[in-house]
Write a protein that binds this ligand. Structure first.
Ligand code: SF4
Length: 247
């Protein structure tokens, strides 16, 4: 992964200056004009931001591919939310799975890898599949926001994604949690029902807990472990996985 950057730093500065203050819909329209058909959108069905972006893109260009990472450990409510999206928008999100089944992972790396080495588990089940989802694309859209914690606090609207070797666009980067929910309510956007049961951010069943009122919304992810990111939006290499077929 990590192809050569084909844009200059000046280009990103120019884009960011032009897009600052624009609405998420305007940023999405710009991304479609600039990159489609080389554009793809990530949606986990486990956070409200991705649902908002889906609703927005469905009104702009339904040909934009939408993908999610099927770690094999998702909540039934997450799959149900995906199905609601298919029904509501007629879009067909593509699920990318790890090259290792949970059984193969346990055989190669031991049981309950998410407890012993969650970074490796996320590399195998999220980061590597994310790389495959982005292969051949020019740009991807993600719902991350600056209010989601320190590691995301200075994220630009558009940047070169060194890890995956393409442009990353963040239309909701300056929105707050409240803006996202206001949009969902106003537009009756489907969302993961676990949000109504104190799960503000939903990932894998093994690594997601409900949070107490007033706690950081992402504190239910990898609770009790010094980990706040799965590794998709941070630096480092993408793991290469050899499957039995390839050996
Ligand atoms: S969130 Fe947990 S179970 Fe899911 S891939 Fe990461 S460590 Fe593994």
């Amino acid at each position: 992964m990590g192809t050569v950057q084909t844009y200059t730093e000046e280009q990103f500065t120019e884009w960011n200056e032009a897009l600052e203050g624009k609405t998420p819909q305007e940023i999405l329209k710009w991304a479609v004009e600039e990159f489609q058909p080389g554009l793809t959108m990530a949606c986990s069905f486990g956070g409200p931001s991705g649902m908002v972006l889906l609703d927005m893109i469905s009104r702009i260009d339904t040909s934009v591919e939408v993908f999610y990472l099927d770690t094999d450990f998702l909540f039934p409510e997450t799959y149900a939310t995906r199905d609601k999206v298919i029904e509501r928008y007629g879009m067909m999100p593509i699920g990318y799975k790890s090259k290792l089944t949970p059984e193969e992972q346990a055989k190669e790396h031991g049981d309950q890898l998410w407890l012993k080495d969650p970074d490796l588990c996320c590399s195998i089940r999220k980061v590597e599949p994310n790389g495959r989802a982005l292969e051949g694309k020019q740009a991807w859209i993600s719902g991350i926001r600056r209010d989601q914690g320190e590691s995301r606090g200075d994220a630009p609207i558009v940047q070169w994604d060194e890890k995956f070797g393409l442009v990353k666009v963040l239309p909701l980067v300056s929105w707050l949690e409240a803006d996202v929910w206001a949009y969902i309510v106003k537009n009756d956007v489907p969302y993961n029902p676990l949000h109504d049961q104190s799960y503000p951010s939903i990932g894998c069943t093994y690594c997601t807990k409900a949070v107490k009122p007033g706690d950081d919304p992402r504190s239910g992810r990898w609770e009790g472990i010094d980990k706040t990111e799965c590794g998709i939006h941070t630096g480092g290499d993408v793991i290469q996985i050899e499957t039995a077929d390839a050996k």
